[in-house]
Design a protein around this ligand. Structure first.
Ligand code: GDP
Ligand code: MG
Length: 163
């Protein structure tokens, strides 16, 4: 089976935007499991000759889980189970939030390789905003912009190094 990459993070950081850029038109349709809606969130990606499956965890809908923080937590746990590499996505405009810190703790405990991506770095003026993300403890944050498509190659370089 292909290795699995999961994109994890709180709502609105740009997970689906990046997912769509990575898969292009390689969307995979997967049967839903009881209680969990997962179709439309699996795709495949390819970079430097390596292929992988990729999951947009923000699209996972879990029956009965409507509280945002609980829902992010459950999504992160599902991703950890399935993933070989996790892309932990945050965004530069808001800086580090409490939800980011919660997700960081769950991911840290997993022991799986985590690549920290900071989205919405739309211009060089925003580069100063990425330094605070070192505090999450996952090393160098990779600045990306889903709007402009910048930095995604650098992100995928880091991802495939860990596959
Ligand atoms: P998700 O909830 O994490 O899946 O986030 P989405 O991909 O749905 O994006 C949330 C919002 O952020 C949308 O309005 C996107 O258009 C916007 N967005 C995504 N990437 C960027 C980016 O690089 N820069 C800016 N300025 N906005 C972005
Ligand atoms: Mg989404």
């Amino acid at each position: 089976a292909k290795p699995v990459v999961a994109i994890v993070g709180r709502p609105n950081v740009g997970k689906s935007t990046i997912f769509n850029r990575v898969i292009g038109d390689r969307l995979a349709i997967v049967e839903d499991k009881p209680g969990v809606t997962r179709d439309r969130i699996y795709g495949s990606g390819e970079w430097n000759g390596k292929t992988f499956s990729i999951i947009d965890t923000g699209g996972i809908e879990i029956d009965g889980v409507d509280h945002i923080l609980r829902s992010i937590r459950v999504q992160a746990e599902l991703a950890i189970e399935e993933a070989d590499v996790i892309v932990f996505m945050c965004e530069a405009k808001s800086g580090v939030t409490q939800s980011d810190e919660e997700v960081a703790q769950i991911l840290f405990r997993s022991g799986k390789p985590v690549i920290l991506a900071v989205n919405k770095v739309d211009n060089m003026r925003r580069m100063d905003d990425i330094y605070e993300f070192y505090s999450l403890g996952f090393g160098d944050p990779v600045p990306i912009s889903g709007s402009h498509g910048t930095g995604i190659g650098d992100l995928l370089d880091e991802v495939v190094k860990n596959l």
